[in-house]
Design a protein around this ligand. Structure first.
Ligand code: NOJ
Length: 598
């Protein structure tokens, strides 16, 4: 009912335009985005500008980007060969998932040498060449620091497990057998969920929050911390521009290993994020490594919003940014990280989450925003619509959301093509330890495998890890060999080569929108205000800076929808949209985006 009030001239005009454009043909819907420049640019008077706030981060999963030697695995030389493509996107910072030596139990998140390159990916010379190529193109490089745990094949662990009095013993968390079985700790990847693994050699248990091959490092030991800072300085001295830090709040542990306190209600992730000295160690890390260079730091940290500033308030000298899980966590069944209901989230919940997180950093600190990454399914499948009719439109809509919010966007490779979930039918197709071990766990405990497999089609991490789709040749031009993970069969049509030729492709829309963000500081620094909060279909908000006001309208639904902005849109100037004929007014076409200047 409340939309009725807003019917005005603009709405009537919009209805007429919709009627006209609907008649022109559905194919037309994906055509040109309008792209005018706003009248005023307001880059003056912005306090506390930082390059990492203004950057668009492009995340590359090296294993799946481009294989240069035909072994079926992406590598550093492959990335180097595609630097011009990366530059052409208009992004600024490249985050590479772990590239360090690793036996790949968890695709590089199990590091056996922090100062060597993974053999599958190449050599240190290949890395130096890649870094040089990036810097020549004014692209910054952020590496992935996995500091909470190493591989069990790391020299430190090999030593540590040899004897109870080995000098490296205290680099990990050991619990001697004669003290009895330690209090329960849950492992996220273990088949039976137990984070304590008994080791015959020294008759002790070691701790692993992730797989048995990922023992947790003992950060309570100052030597371990110094090793890590040394490693960080080694990479910074090479010219690396920052680190993304894996599960960083997990580093500190109460080494008496008490039972999980009742207040955590068996939420192990939350418990692990509340170790006693986490902030002390992050401040030390800042002093010893981060503060000595002009670099960025972003933590992976599923912490509640009330604690956000404890990590990123600049006065505390810890991290620049972190990313939370509240958005990507929507839709999971209660008490389950494994089973998702694809329709189990509402746009209102979604808006509430992102609006709340915007408000957290309204005065200080800085946020991040993402809808996909290597731990998530493809953004268009999860948050948009990957049907042939709407895949492109909804991909463009989601990209616009990411590029118009007041946070640093972390954009996952392949989303710029609208790549979607592969949706494997068989467990044998999955390569990810998480899917494989969860499957075994459910099987052994007599759980519902059918439900699990259906859920994996939406949520499994491998959906976001399939090889990048370069062209329509064999294996999408990713490799001349046998790809380590199956290529999505839609590569014949969804690929870079095809989209380069189409000025209205998802790819070219992404380029245009990334450029648009760059050119309009209001989209980076401007105040965010949510409009029409209870609207179940449309996400509408304004961004304001130094007198300039931009309105962003995003229809998240496959049907036409109305929004009540409270503005007279008849005089507003359309700056960008994902339809050939953008709607003027408060009625939007399916998955339509319109950006207006008020
Ligand atoms: C979070 C990483 O993003 C994920 O890929 C990994 O499996 C775990 N941490 C363990 O390192």
């Amino acid at each position: 009912m409340k939309n009725r009030k807003s019917i005005n001239f603009a709405a009537i005009l919009a209805t007429v335009l919709i009627a006209v454009s609907c008649q022109t043909s559905v194919n037309n819907t994906n055509q040109t985005a309008v792209n005018n420049s706003p009248q005023q640019k307001t880059s003056d008077n912005i306090p506390d500008r930082k390059w990492w706030k203004e950057a668009v981060v492009y995340q590359i999963y090296p294993r799946s980007f481009k294989d240069s030697n035909g072994d079926g695995v992406g590598d550093l030389k492959g990335i180097t060969s595609k630097l011009d493509y990366i530059k052409s996107l208009g992004v600024d910072v490249i985050w590479l998932n772990p590239i360090f030596a690793s036996p790949n139990d968890d695709n590089g998140y199990d590091i056996s040498d922090y100062q060597e390159i993974m053999k599958d990916f190449g050599t240190m010379e290949d890395f130096d060449e890649l870094l040089k190529g990036m810097h020549e193109r004014k692209l910054k490089v952020v590496l992935d620091l996995v500091a909470n745990h190493s591989s069990d094949e790391h020299r430190w662990f090999q030593e540590s497990r040899k004897s109870r009095d080995n000098p490296y013993r205290n680099y990990y968390h050991w619990w001697d057998e004669e003290k009895g079985k330690p209090n329960k700790r849950v492992s996220f990847f273990d088949v039976n969920g137990d984070a304590w693994k008994y080791d015959e050699q020294t008759r002790s248990y070691y701790l692993h929050y992730f797989s048995q091959k990922q023992p947790d490092l003992n950060w309570e030991n100052p030597q371990v911390r110094e090793e890590m800072y040394k490693i960080m300085r080694f990479w910074f001295d090479k010219g690396v521009d920052g680190f993304r830090m894996d599960v960083i709040p997990f580093i500190s542990k109460d080494t008496t290993f008490p039972p999980i306190p009742a207040e955590f209600k068996d939420d192990w992730g939350a418990f692990y994020s509340h170790g006693p000295h986490r902030h002390e160690y992050l401040q030390e890390m800042n002093r010893e490594a981060l503060s000595k260079y002009d670099v960025m730091s972003v933590g992976e940290a599923g912490v509640p919003s009330e604690e956000a500033l404890d990590y990123v308030d600049p006065a505390r000298k810890e991290l620049n940014m972190f990313y939370h899980f509240e958005g990507v966590g929507l839709g999971y069944m209660p008490n389950s990280k494994k089973i998702i209901d694809p329709n189990g989230w509402s746009l209102i919940d979604f808006k509430n989450v992102y609006s709340k997180w915007d408000s957290v950093f309204a005065e200080k600190g800085w946020g991040t925003i993402y809808l996909g990454n290597h731990d998530q399914p493809r953004m268009v499948t999860r948050w948009g619509n990957d049907s042939p009719e709407f895949r492109e439109l909804s991909s463009k809509m989601l990209s616009t959301f990411l590029l118009t919010m007041r946070s640093t966007p972390y954009y996952y490779f392949g989303d710029e093509l609208g790549m979607n979930n592969i949706k494997f039918d068989k467990i044998e197709d999955y390569k990810d330890i998480e899917s494989i071990n969860w499957y075994k766990n459910i099987k052994e405990s007599g759980g519902n495998l059918e439900e699990f497999m259906a859920s994996q089609k939406i949520a499994a991490r491998d959906n976001g890890r399939t090889p990048f789709q370069w062209d329509s040749t064999t294996n999408a031009g990713f490799t001349t060999g046998n790809p380590w993970l199956k290529v999505n069969p839609n590569y014949q049509t969804v690929n870079v080569a095809a989209q380069e030729k189409d000025e209205n492709s998802v790819l070219n829309y992404f380029r245009k929108t990334a450029k648009f963000r760059k050119e309009n500081p209001v989209l980076i620094y401007g105040t965010y205000t949510l409009l029409d909060k209870e609207n179940p279909n449309v996400y509408a908000f304004t961004r304001e800076l130094n007198g300039q006001k931009i309105l962003v309208l995003l229809n998240f639904k496959a049907q036409e929808a109305s929004v009540n902005t409270g503005f007279d849109l008849s005089k507003a100037k359309v700056l960008l949209g994902n339809y050939a004929v953008p709607s003027i007014g408060e009625r939007l076409k399916p998955y339509e985006v319109v950006i207006l200047e008020l």
